[in-house]
Design a protein around this ligand. Structure first.
Ligand code: SAM
Length: 219
């Protein structure tokens, strides 16, 4: 699937139908704090609503689901790209920040973190909300109570996959269902994967159901 060609904000990443125009200061070797603050925000796996819109920031939403992007509220005028988190269709160092709300649990983390590091400016930040084990266990209980065998087996797969990621840093994919690789996350596993890709200042926050990690690309 190619990027949606939406003429939105001037010099947006999807202007003229190209995947990403350089909007980072290419003439300087190092970005400054103001470059990072003024640069674009990427909402990775934005679904039907793009974060960071309406606070004066220029936002670009990316999702694998073309239909979900069609349902985004156009009044906010975000730039939208249909693509995969594991293979971001943007140039290097073009975003000041990346936010992602409960979308990383569906992605191949090693490839996604490599891509996040590539497209972020030095000093750029990430904020990811993630699925703790407790949430998957609650969903598993619900599936068992509902006697939904398919869902029960799928929740078991998520638990096995999350445990595998926690212990080894690797995920497995189902050979069917579009090679799904969903997993639950732990602080240990995510911190290790972020640091391996050059992120620092890894900090945690509690969300209402999920948990949130903040980190920064080293300068
Ligand atoms: C639980 S929804 C969250 C949507 C939105 N961030 C929110 O908070 O409402 C997960 C989203 O991740 C997207 N997604 C799943 N795998 C993806 C991938 N490999 N690359 C990009 N987006 C993906 C899905 O299409 C879906 O829109």
């Amino acid at each position: 699937m190619g990027p949606l060609t939406v003429p939105t904000v001037p010099s947006s990443p999807v202007d003229k139908g190209e995947p990403a125009q350089g909007f980072a200061p290419a003439h300087r070797e190092r970005s400054t704090a103001s470059d990072v603050n003024l640069a674009w925000t990427l909402d990775l796996g934005c679904g039907r609503a793009v974060s960071a819109v309406g606070v004066g920031q220029r936002a670009c939403g990316l999702d694998i689901d073309f239909q979900a992007l069609h349902d985004v509220d156009w009044r906010e005028r975000p730039s939208l790209v249909c693509g995969r988190g594991e293979q971001l269709p943007f140039r290097d160092c073009c975003f000041g920040s990346i936010v992602s709300r409960v979308a990383v649990p569906y992605m191949r983390v090693d490839e996604t973190f490599r891509e996040m590091e590539r497209v972020l400016l030095p000093g750029g930040t990430v904020q990811l909300s993630l699925h703790p084990l407790g949430m998957t266990v609650r969903e598993l209980r619900g599936a068992v109570r509902a006697r939904n065998l398919k869902n029960t087996l799928y929740r078991c797969f998520i638990i096995v996959n999350g445990t595998c990621f926690h212990l080894t840093g690797r995920q497995v994919s189902l050979p069917f269902r579009q090679q799904r690789c969903e997993f639950f996350q732990t602080r240990t596993g995510i911190a290790r994967a972020l640091r391996a890709r050059g992120f620092c200042d890894v900090k945690w926050q509690r969300g209402p159901r999920e948990f949130i990690v903040n980190a920064r690309k080293a300068c």
